[in-house]
Design a binder for this molecule. Sequence first.
Ligand code: FAD
Length: 416
Amino acid sequence: MSAYARVRGLEMDWGDSSDQATFRDDVASFIESRLPEYYRRLAEQGDQGDWQTDRFLGDDEAKAAAAEWEAAVHERGWVAPHWPQEYGGAGMSSMEHFILNEEMSKAGAPQVGGQGVAMLGPTLIVHGTDEQKSKFLTATLNGDIAWAQGYSEPSAGSDLASLQTRAIRDGDEWVVNGQKIWTSNAHRADWIFALVRTDPDAPKHRGISFMLMDMETPGISVRPLISGGWRHFSNETFYEDVRVPATQVVGEVNRGWYVGMTLLDYERSSIGGAVEMERQLMAAIEYIHDDEGAEKSRVDELPSVRAEIADRYIEIQVSFNLSFRIASMQASGLIPNMEASMGKVFSSEVSQRVHRTGTRMFGLYSNVWDEDSEYSPYRSRFTQNYFHRIPATIAGGTSEIQRNIIATRGLGLPRG
Ligand SMILES: Cc1cc2nc3c(=O)[nH]c(=O)nc-3n(C[C@H](O)[C@H](O)[C@H](O)COP(=O)(O)OP(=O)(O)OC[C@H]3O[C@@H](n4cnc5c(N)ncnc54)[C@H](O)[C@@H]3O)c2cc1C
């Protein structure tokens, strides 16, 4: 199919079918009745809670809210919308999953489940042994095991297949030595799924295996990486003579690259990003209409800021439409490829611009970082998020790599 036909050929249906409308109402009323007060309050302030952070590091109220919300979502069977029902998932269609994510984001309700549910579960369902499935799937779904993803290394990020962390077979075990970097949540993970090199002589994609490691295994250590916004989210992880039972390799040895690429009908639209940006922008617009916001706002003095806000609003709508296109493709049985890259590059870059525009709304007040300061505008949300969003164009594949995918795989341009 030509690039033009691929881009233009898909009819998009914007309305909900009656089943989808019923499902949307069901999700909305579930959220209305079960979302804990803590998350409602955050949403009213333009924030979205982070379940994974709250459950481990939050204060008592945040921890209780995370547990209560997880129990509610679990009760509905919605922790793993995309897993088949036989494994405890909801077996949702991609459009239902899209609606669920959209409604959750509208309400500022955090997703539960983390990387284990999003990434590892589908991989185990396709490639895991019966023993691996029974040991890990339910425990992951119940939140008893939190997972980190150990793919990137200091010299292997965009070119991931160059990874060097080495595993050597010794009897019934593998002995792992090496280093991973940007290992998000490793400091609060129980287990890690990692790609390691098991055959250094094979072509680089073919000598890699997919391995599960208990973070308590002797030889694993974690060193924090503090972000420019003073958050501890990522880590370096080190592996020194870590002994891993051979039963913890998922799929065939040396075929781990292909195991790691499994996505299993994962809803790829990232609709939550567009909805969250709109929620934040609209909450800020509301804020500049109240007394405190009006005093700190520069919007009435600066027409250029008003124009910027309008531009951001347009971009958020475009971002929503790109997400909807991806969901529509998945609903039609197509696999979004360059479309997913378009969505990723556009929404991550817009999210940076939204927060930069947000800081311009409040002029010098935006220099205040402390959200509790009397001078802080809109609880310093835009100031802080301006920093927190910097990695958005790196994590999950950089903007340059996404543009390469669009140009070569999507538009058929030469690789150069
Ligand atoms: C917040 C955050 C969380 C992350 N979480 C995880 C995690 O949990 N687990 C995990 O395994 N990894 C994680 N990562 C790592 C992430 O996947 C990598 O950072 C990303 O793939 C880029 O790799 P790199 O950092 O090595 O940069 P590099 O690949 O070294 O790239 C450096 C620069 O060169 C550019 N570049 C590289 N190759 C090309 C090319 N072919 N054409 C044009 N430009 C190119 C890149 O776009 C970038 O600007 C995380 C990263 C961040 C920032």
